[in-house]
Design a protein around this ligand. Sequence first.
Ligand code: ATP
Length: 252
Amino acid sequence: MSPPTSAEPSGAPAIVAERLHKRYRGTTAVHDVSLRVHRGEIVGVLGVNGAGKTTTVEMIAGLRRPDGGTVRVLGLDPQRDRARVRQVLGVQLQDAYLHGALTVAELVGLYRSFYPHPRPAAELLGLVGLDGQRHVRFEKLSGGQQQRLSIALALAGAPRLVVLDELTTGLDPRARRRMWATVEGLRDDGVTVLLVSHAMEEVERLCDRVVLLDAGRVVATDTPAGLVARAGATTLDDAFVTLTGKQLEDVE
Ligand SMILES: Nc1ncnc2c1ncn2[C@@H]1O[C@H](COP(=O)(O)OP(=O)(O)OP(=O)(O)O)[C@@H](O)[C@H]1O
């Protein structure tokens, strides 16, 4: 993986979010959310549907402007320093829009062209198991293949920080394991990962720490084992239910 680029100030934590706040008309989606992610950490953002996970990570990625609070990504303001943040941050979002008529190879080429030191195309396709689909148009891919491509595109610029929103939702068990191995490879390379997930097994396997959100607020931040201990539970599923008072409906 490439060394830190000149766009990346040295020394700053990967993410510092302080008292983030976001309202959509009548709804407060995110209420005073603060979180800190150290370089090289894999941090999970966990919560039921509507807890504010996507809104929070979109504000961190600079894709949504907070109504209150501050965000720094590797020391940069994602709103003010958009161009520099884009060079060091990769984002895979739910429902990413990609041009259906372009092939897998064309989309990978397009995304690689945005970055000064992109990962090789063959490596990106190999990571997500799409080597055999290079010449297939995006619109002809299955839902799981489209999702895997969106992960490859998030990694196109060899980012130092990656935001993955529902990495493996909807993927078959083999593809899911492959994506987990991909994230473990990122960890080995010292890449920081912010991972939105509903899947407890995934969080337990991959995450150093978990930020548990409920109704737009941070309920707890701890290691997966710490959350289990704090809740007096035996599994992360049970800890989730105890700490939020809610069932996690989308556990895979
Ligand atoms: N563009 C929007 N306009 C209005 N309300 C929104 C918008 N986006 C999200 N919301 C509302 O904000 C709240 C938080 O949504 P958000 O998508 O951040 O939650 P989430 O935890 O990511 O949910 P999910 O697990 O379903 O993806 C929800 O009540 C949602 O209905």
